[in-house]
Write a protein that binds this ligand. Structure first.
Ligand SMILES: [Zn+2]
Length: 286
């Protein structure tokens, strides 16, 4: 995906009118993805809709302030390597979520941190989507920066009509220990509409759940047509896409995480898929 073309347009006075008016502006060379909606707040791009074949993917950046993953998150990488990549000061990143429309369903993938500056709900509103309109939430895994937007401060469900899907190994891992209070409380709030899937299952909307275990015990990559929602496959893409053997400290099973990273980067390349990643840099497509 040619992000540079898009960013050039996005940063040139952030010309929403000319970018947005240029319907179906081509942003992805070879993958067939096109951008048709662009929203900005302040001087930062925070939502973008791209068309990938029959699938529309709407990116919402949950974090308000720009984010660098700290160099200390990647202790396996040498200083020489970080210097050579110009990443000694940190790796550009985001906390992102995606609302994806397939022929059969509209699906929210992960819900960000849910911090006081969260843009998830205002980002959804940008696309005309109210919380009650969200019918499906698919979770890549259950870290706090992926399920944080599911509950209000009072512990109520933010998405009153949403059916929630998470892999069985992921659910089992977090629910086995009551000390995982955020995960337990979140699942409790959605317990009447919770669905545990197995890897290989096809979910509503024709979305296939794929085994990406390593980052967490049930980490999942989802494929919707030409779109691959890769969750936390990479925390610092500028480093890990060229050096998939480098783990972030958050990767719970490093060997498995490295294997999954290699496998899905190759799978996306070989099949011309557009990756949507929860910590890819703006605009979180690759
Ligand atoms: Zn994460």
């Amino acid at each position: 995906m040619n992000i540079k073309t898009y960013l050039l347009c996005g940063t040139a006075a952030l010309m929403v009118a000319s970018c947005g008016g240029n319907a179906k502006k081509q942003v992805a060379e070879g993958s067939g993805a096109t951008a048709d909606t662009l929203a900005v707040r302040g001087d930062s791009v925070y939502t973008l809709a791209v068309q990938v074949g029959d699938v529309q993917a709407m990116w919402i950046r949950d974090n308000a302030a720009d984010r660098l993953m700290p160099r200390t998150l990647f202790p396996d990488a040498s200083d020489a390597l970080m210097d050579s990549l110009g990443l000694a000061g940190g790796v550009p990143s985001t906390v992102s979520t995606f609302y994806v429309k397939t022929a059969g369903a509209g699906i929210l993938f992960d819900t960000g941190l849910g911090a006081t500056d969260s843009r998830l709900l205002s980002g959804l509103q940008t696309f005309g989507i109210a919380p009650a309109d969200v019918k499906y939430v698919y979770l890549t895994h259950m870290h706090g920066d992926h399920i944080g937007g599911m509950l209000t401060q009072e512990g109520e469900a933010v998405f009153p009509a949403a059916e929630v899907y998470v892999s069985k190994p992921e659910y089992d891992y977090w629910m086995a220990d009551k000390a995982n209070r955020q995960q337990v409380a979140t699942m409790e709030a959605y317990k009447d509409r919770l669905h545990l899937f197995q890897f290989g299952d096809t979910l509503p909307g024709g979305v296939v759940a794929m085994d990406a275990v390593g980052h967490t015990p049930g980490h999942t990559v989802f494929q919707a047509g030409g779109l691959l929602v890769v969750g936390d496959l990479m925390h610092g893409a500028a480093l890990q896409k060229v050096h998939p053997e480098v783990c972030a400290t958050f990767d719970m099973d490093k060997e498995a995480a490295i294997g999954a990273r290699r496998r899905f980067i190759r799978y996306a390349e070989e099949n011309g898929l557009t990756m949507a990643g929860m910590h890819l840099p703006v605009p979180a497509f690759d």
